[in-house]
Design a protein around this ligand. Sequence first.
Ligand code: GLU
Length: 518
Amino acid sequence: MSEHSVRVRFAPAPSGWLHVGSVRTALFNWLWARHTGGTFIWRIEDTDADRATDASMQSMIEAMRWLGLDWDEGIEVGGPYGPYRQSARADLHRAVARRLADRGHLYHDDRSPDELNAWRQERRDADLPPIVKRDTVPDASEGTLRLALPTSGTTSVDDLVRGEVTWDWANESDPVLVRSNGAVTYPLANAVDDLAQGVSVVCRGEDLLSVTPRQRRLYELLLADDLLDDALAEAGLPARDPSWEAPSTFAHLSMVVGQDRKKLSKRHGSVSIQEFARRGFLPETLLNYIALLGWSPRDGRERMDRDEVVAAFDLTNVGASAAAFDTDKLTAFNGERIRDLSPDALAHRLVPHLDGTHLPDDDEGDPDPTFEPVVATPPTDEQMATLVALVPLVQERMQTLAEIADYAPPFFREVGIDDAAAAKVFRKAGAVEALEAGARVLADVDWTVEGIEEALRGLTDELGIGFGKVAQPIRVAVTGSNVSPPLFESLEIMDRAVVLLRLEAALPIARDIQAGTD
Ligand code: GLU
């Protein structure tokens, strides 16, 4: 693997969204390209027209951009060996298939899926392997076209993750390369495009390990006697670089599983990348965390920024066991990174969680459509100033950006008083007096944290109650909730007039509750 010639690709089928497993594949390819100074290609494998959607492709692009993964060649950005949407390369694939057929490598199989299933069952019943080889298929002059693979001997690869893997040709079924309607299938399109785009390293999920032998056989056939070069010329596509060989390096990444070592569940990571954004994870946290799924730097470091991961990443040092996705660890990681941001940078990261771009969770953990935006898009200068002032009060306690939606509303608009908080706090003896006295002393103190603190602490002596009994009713009256950022600092960033009005408005509520408890 010469350093300058690494060409890796991410080749997802565009159905559904990018999730942790597929992003890990994209990321490891990207990291290897960046680490080696190579090229990262993004090809979309949309030959399965029934499953591929544009919406899925757009959502994948958005997710990659959010994570900050760029690609040197591929969809949207283009490049010298395009097109990078597989469906736009159909002429090439057909030209290749025709040449393979002309050279006698393909044969027809006209059995229907039902007939094929019945045949497989018969084989099993007779204790024979249900492996499709040319000599088991009745002669036909139409139907699907299968590739005749070798019938004996073995083939091996030295996989970077799994070590040497050997397959017995006798156990490999001849794959269908062209459907009866003339459409070329993924195994052919994938091999053709990897060669035509000069891919040197194939890094993908271990679910694709089993297709490796037939792909390597195709590489051989396509490179023999200029078959692919002629087909490229016929299809009017760019010629290959003559120095390119077939992909020589394979890395099949283990699955990503949940903490229970089972398939990832929705609660544990099997969500779209956009969902991580909505839940308030920083892209740099996710990038750092996903890089550690199956790989770790030799010195054991965990917290790394992007450049450090690029510098340390080593595709030859990826573990073979399944990588467990740990949401708690990701969350703790995220909290640490939030604390590292400057207040100003954090304030800007919080805006999408306040302006309705990312909705907070409802009780079921789904986006809450009833959320009312707290700031404008873009926020006004005044809103931004409030947010920057609020950040130091919450930064230490936040694990995700989304938590800001719990704290911020009373700093920006009127909020009702939470019934449960009122019932709990206003029932206690001294609550009404605390609200009255609070309003009185706050009316003319110096509006600073120290001034506010001194005035409210002074009330404990005057009213003969503990500080909690003074502070809690005031907190509930002003923020609507019995949990809020530190009280004196919170009051300071609100307007005195707003605070006084809220204390006054809470009084009748507190009096009613007190009356009810008599
Ligand atoms: N398009 C294939 C898939 O999404 C991946 C092909 C590959 O990486 O070789 O499963």
